[in-house]
Ligand binder design. Structure first.
Ligand SMILES: Cc1cc2nc3c(=O)[nH]c(=O)nc-3n(C[C@H](O)[C@H](O)[C@H](O)COP(=O)(O)OP(=O)(O)OC[C@H]3O[C@@H](n4cnc5c(N)ncnc54)[C@H](O)[C@@H]3O)c2cc1C
Length: 465
């Protein structure tokens, strides 16, 4: 006999588990099927364990600079195994938290691999090999994504790593080459660079962190180089020649080839959705370039099937996945006055040193869309708290619509900007103009005062610079 639910969620990542909990809160009988670990990539192999690693790198950096703060630390060293152990421990703790939340909210957690059997039916193959059937009026597909590889750029877990291998490295590479300078590539580059690896980053586009505002990319790149990284832009790795304990990478820049031999390579060239083996084609769900096609509510176009999170396309971010989960469940339940997901207002953060964070349009994108813009800039060096923290490196840039004063985008690089960006995200949700931002009182001394000053600068009123 098939067990019957109102909602079956396939995948227990930040998209799936949040959707499941919201469904249960709304009175639905919900099952969440997960084949591996609750919390998905985010809690187990993504956001959280990387931030734990980067925190170790940050503390190491501060310890190395203890003298700048009038402190004496005789010998600063690290133990990579202990750093990784801490990171894995943090992931495990968070994963256990989801189990408790499911219990509290009465979400049925089913361990196994799910496949769509037919409309309203999901078959789950358990670890014992037995298949059980679940029925539900609505099914949310939240199966996430995995590292993208290319025929000539394939990970083996030994010499060539994806993020999973890099999170639990089999060695501390003396020389490391990172392919791709998006958030994932740059975070690992930053981590290993801080620990002393000789890091080279190869990026196809003309700048690192290519989705960020050009000024922010430029600032970050300069800082990475100052920290000792080698950055190769407009470059691609065309071949990996594996040795016994090293890899020789053929790097092509402007038609010129060079060979760089390193201990390990990290491939961070994007991700691709987990769409295979789900039976999507059998019910007519469309897939485009590795991702399920949906509308702004997460509907797939096939009645009763929804898709959210990484499997439903960019931006590949945990908070986007969770928000899409909430929107889909509330849409299923006919919530009145519901807003669809606004992809233009999803903050993006990179936890390298210096941190990078942004929301909304870059200056170039705003101009491309026909806006006449006013731009404000404020440097960290002009902020008392930044200088007191010993973090004078960074900037805050704001982009406004010259006609209406609407805040179109905000872009930051520097210490703690990943915590600050949410202020601008709220401002954008409220469709705030420069007027409200200028009239907002920012506490002193805080880094957030730079958010105020950047707005003031856009209108020629900055006080401290
Ligand atoms: C190294 C790294 C760092 C990152 N850092 C950040 C960050 O700082 N901030 C941020 O916002 N994002 C970050 N991300 C991205 C973030 O992890 C993803 O956007 C997020 O996990 C997507 O959530 P999801 O629920 O869509 O999918 P996932 O988290 O991938 O979860 C999908 C789940 O579905 C399960 N599953 C798949 N197929 C089946 C099946 N057939 N049956 C049952 N279960 C199935 C999988 O086992 C998995 O647990 C990072 C990613 C990586 C790789």
């Amino acid at each position: 006999m098939a067990e019957s639910f109102d909602l079956v969620v396939i995948g227990g990542g930040p998209g799936g588990y949040v959707a499941a909990i919201r469904g249960a809160q709304m009175g639905m009988k919900v099952a969440c099927v997960e084949r591996e670990h609750l919390g998905g990539i985010c809690l187990n192999w993504g956001c959280i364990p990387t931030k734990a690693l980067l925190r170790s790198a940050e503390v190491l950096h501060l310890a190395k600079h203890a003298a700048d703060y009038g402190l004496k630390i005789d010998k600063v060293d690290f133990d990579l195994d202990a750093i990784v152990k801490r990171s894995r421990g943090v992931a495990k703790q968070m994963n256990g938290g989801i189990k408790s939340l499911f219990k509290k909210n009465k979400v049925t957690h089913i361990e196994g691999e799910a496949k769509i059997a037919s409309k309203g039916k999901v078959a789950v193959k358990g670890k014992d090999g037995k298949t059980t059937e679940l029925t539900a009026k609505d099914v949310i597909i939240a199966t996430g994504a995995r590292a993208r590889e290319l025929p000539h750029l394939k990970a083996d877990g030994e010499l060539v790593w994806t993020y999973k291998h890099a999170l639990a490295p089999n060695t501390m590479p003396k020389k490391l080459l990172v392919i791709g300078s998006g958030a994932i590539g740059i975070e690992f580059a930053s981590f290993f660079n801080e620990l002393g690896s000789d890091v080279t980053v190869v990026e196809m586009m003309d700048r690192v962190l290519p989705v960020e505002d050009a000024d922010i990319s430029k600032f970050a790149e300069k800082s990475f180089k100052k920290q000792g990284m080698t950055i190769k832009t407009k470059a691609s790795v065309t071949e990996l020649k594996k040795g016994k304990d090293s890899v020789t990478c053929v790097v092509e820049t402007d038609g010129k080839k060079e060979e760089i031999t390193v201990d390990r390579v990290i491939i961070a060239i994007g991700i691709t959705g987990n769409v295979e083996g789900l039976g999507l084609e059998d019910v007519g769900i469309k897939v485009d370039r590795g991702h399920i096609v949906t509308n702004e509510w997460g509907q797939t176009g096939v009645d009763g099937f929804w898709a959210i999170g990484d499997v439903a396309g960019a931006p590949w971010l945990a908070h986007k996945a969770s928000h899409e989960g909430i929107v889909a469940v509330e849409k299923i339940n006919g919530v009145k006055g519901l807003h669809p997901m606004d992809k233009g207002n999803i903050p993006g953060c990179t936890y390298c040193r210096p941190q990078v964070a942004s929301v909304g349009l870059t200056e170039a994108k705003a101009k491309e869309q026909g806006y006449e813009v006013r731009v404000g800039n404020f440097p960290f060096i002009g902020n008392g708290k930044a200088v007191a923290l010993g973090e004078p490196e960074g900037m805050v840039k704001t982009v406004f619509d010259k006609k209406t004063g609407e805040l179109l985008g905000a872009h930051m690089v520097g210490a703690e900007v990943t915590e600050l960006i949410q202020g601008y995200a709220v401002a954008r949700t409220l469709e705030t103009t420069e007027q409200e931002l200028m009239h907002t009182v920012f506490p002193h001394p805080t880094l957030s005062e730079m958010m105020h000053e950047s707005v003031l600068d856009a209108y020629g009123k900055a006080i401290h610079f």
